[in-house]
Design a binder for this molecule. Structure first.
Ligand code: NAD
Ligand code: ZN
Length: 347
């Protein structure tokens, strides 16, 4: 088969590689029908994720068709269409039983293994371990593009942003960073009754997208964010500040703009330490949350997608054939230039 192979920092190619096979009884093998590229793949290609070995097939977000099942698999059969989320989980270990499959112990303590610790989903076929406890069947009448973004960005924005941020009816929510993940938080905070949703980003094009995804207000991060927010919140600050960039500056912005008693929900993957101003925050009764997505809300979000309540396909701005993935990487890596959110790769 063909697959996107990581050959070390800055190096990737669309290569011939061996077909995957069922190796454990809980495995399935899928034909990858639709997949996408994640900002994390770009981090890997920059060499930021040293746990990814050379020769690894990348990708952790896909929809596919089951072509083989292991002996222990009883609820999935050849021909089933499945959503393969970024998180793989056994369903049995202590962390899975705590409803925290992001830290499944059976796969090594971090549930993100595709395109990281095992071969990934930017390929014509893929082996999916712990299939029955990890994948979700696609309902009749729902397209691949509608469910593709349930594999990572939608549950991330919802679980790590909205749910951890304890958004409740009437809240004013600021989302700092309107990339795909921030937009997913903007798109889903209405589920909890957010009233005033404010997107903050440096890129005007991203702020335009934010309006389409449900932000009522936008602020350019290069303008006076604090003054604009003071005006929108009567000087109080926001109820919930969601960080969806992953740099010290934006975390510190969130900690500054939250009102007393509010929540800062960090989503961004940080590579450098941010300053926590406890000398100002100790008196503010705020809560700060962090998290790796669990993908436990995929079944719930899937119902909303099926019934047209969440228009997840809006994230897919550029379509490519799977074998044109090198071109897709170029577009995704220069997203601003192409006004891109996510690419959709189809076999
Ligand atoms: P992205 O790079 O596509 O988007 C980031 C956005 O932030 C861009 O629109 C950019 O213009 C904006 N931005 C950059 N610097 C800014 C600043 N100083 N102020 C305001 N806006 C700024 O990334 P994404 O795919 O949307 O992901 C967002 C973050 O979420 C990343 O750090 C990613 O690694 C992380 N992530 C976390 C999890 C998790 O489980 N916690 C899962 C997936 C992704
Ligand atoms: Zn991802």
């Amino acid at each position: 088969m063909k697959a996107l192979v990581y050959h070390g920092p800055g190096q990737k190619s669309w290569d011939d590689v061996p077909d995957p096979t069922v190796t454990d009884p809980t495995d399935i093998v899928v034909q990858v029908d639709t997949s996408t590229i994640c900002g994390t793949d770009l981090h890997i290609l920059k060499g930021d994720v040293p746990t990814v070995e050379q020769g690894r097939l990348l990708g952790h977000e896909a929809v596919g068709t089951v072509v083989a099942t292991g002996a222990a698999v009883t609820s999935l059969a050849e021909g089933d269409r499945v959503i393969i989320p970024a998180i793989t989980s056994c369903g049995r270990c202590a962390n899975c039983k705590r409803a925290m499959p992001s830290h499944c112990l059976a796969v090594g303590g971090v549930g993100w293994i595709f395109g990281h610790l095992i071969d990934g989903l930017q390929a014509e076929y893929a082996r999916v371990p712990f299939a029955e406890t990890s994948v979700h069947k696609v309902p009749e009448g729902v397209t691949d593009t509608q469910v593709l973004f349930l594999t990572d960005i939608l549950p991330t924005g919802y679980e790590v942003g909205v749910r951890n941020g304890r958004v409740k009816p009437g809240d004013t929510v600021a989302v700092v960073g309107a990339g795909p993940v921030g937009l997913a938080a903007i798109m889903t905070c209405g589920l909890h009754g957010a009233s005033r949703v404010i997107a903050i980003d440096k890129a005007a094009s991203r702020l335009e997208h934010a309006k389409q995804f449900g932000a009522g207000y936008t602020i350019n991060a290069d303008d006076d964010v604090d003054a604009a927010l003071a005006e929108l919140t009567d000087g109080q600050g926001v109820d919930v500040a969601i960080e969806a960039v992953g740099v010290p500056e934006t975390f510190e912005t969130c900690a500054r703009i939250v009102r007393p008693g509010g929540v800062v929900a960090n989503i961004g993957v940080h590579g450098a330490s941010a300053t926590l101003h406890l000398e100002e925050l100790w008196i503010k009764n705020i809560t700060i949350t962090t998290g790796l997505v669990d993908t436990v809300t995929v079944p719930m979000l899937l119902q909303l997608v099926r019934d047209g309540r969440i228009r997840a396909e809006m994230f897919g701005t550029h379509d490519f054939a799977l074998d044109k993935i090198m071109d897709a990487y170029d577009v995704f890596a220069n997203a601003a230039e192409h006004n891109a959110l996510k690419v959709v790769l189809k076999r």
